[in-house]
Design a protein around this ligand. Structure first.
Ligand code: NI
Ligand code: MN
Length: 230
């Protein structure tokens, strides 16, 4: 099984066997995640979808304290190398790489990716992680895009982490279509409620998902679930 802990916004800690993967760490600036101590985080990998502050804010600190490998696109990885992070793995769109927990494919996203200091963060992406315990799609920040159908063609997706906050990304209605495109009925919602622009009506979102025959999981910050094949 895959253990998934929600740390607020689009920040998730995945535990797969004895490895842990932290996605898009944005914890200290997030008032909703005030109870999360970043000094407690000791991941083996940090996966970064794109360069925006609300996805990279705590990467440097956590990478330096944990010596985790930072996995992202070439531009973002190079930016962190300049900050003294040596354990990195650069990727770009369409590329896959095997790690000891499983394989990672960096897939397209429709969004932007400028880094906090104005440097180019390349083009934004998402990840498909495939391991013995299951296969999941972490969309990052993105619009609904027909390219998501390619993910459904290539992979047997068990669950998808999709933004549902609208305004800067998909809202719930497009996220339900995205789940269809990638071929899953199980969605973990992310990128909602952190800022006024992305506040949502959670009850309405849950009702829309239910009516569409989908399971929408909205985790409380700090809580965990386990999902996956075995
Ligand atoms: Ni963004
Ligand atoms: Mn964002």
């Amino acid at each position: 099984m895959i253990k998934i802990t929600y740390l607020g916004h689009s920040t998730f800690l995945f535990t797969i066997k004895d490895k842990s993967l932290l996605f898009d760490p944005f914890i200290r600036p997030n008032g909703l995640a005030a109870e999360i101590e970043i000094s407690d985080l000791n991941p083996d990998f940090i996966l970064v979808t794109h360069g925006h502050e609300d996805h990279v804010a705590d990467v440097e600190t956590i990478a330096k304290q944990s010596k985790a490998m930072v996995v992202s696109n070439f531009e973002i990885v190079s930016w962190f190398q300049q900050k003294g992070i040596e354990n990195v793995h650069p990727m770009n769109h369409g590329g896959s790489k095997s790690f000891d927990f499983g394989s990672v494919k960096y897939v397209s996203a429709i969004h932007s990716s400028t880094l906090p200091d104005g440097a180019s963060g390349g083009n934004p992406g998402g990840f498909v992680v495939k391991c013995e315990e299951g296969t999941f799609y972490f969309a990052g920040d993105t619009a609904l895009t027909y390219d998501m159908k390619l993910i459904g063609v290539e992979f047997d997706i068990d669950f998808a982490l999709l933004p549902i906050g609208d305004n800067f990304t998909m809202g719930i209605k497009d996220a339900l279509k995205a789940a269809d495109f990638v071929g899953t009925n199980k969605i973990i919602g992310m990128h909602y409620d952190t800022f006024p622009y992305i506040q949502i009506n959670k009850e309405a979102a849950l009702e829309l998902a239910h009516a569409a025959g989908k399971e929408l999981i909205l985790l409380t910050i700090g809580s965990s679930i386990t999902l996956g094949k075995k």
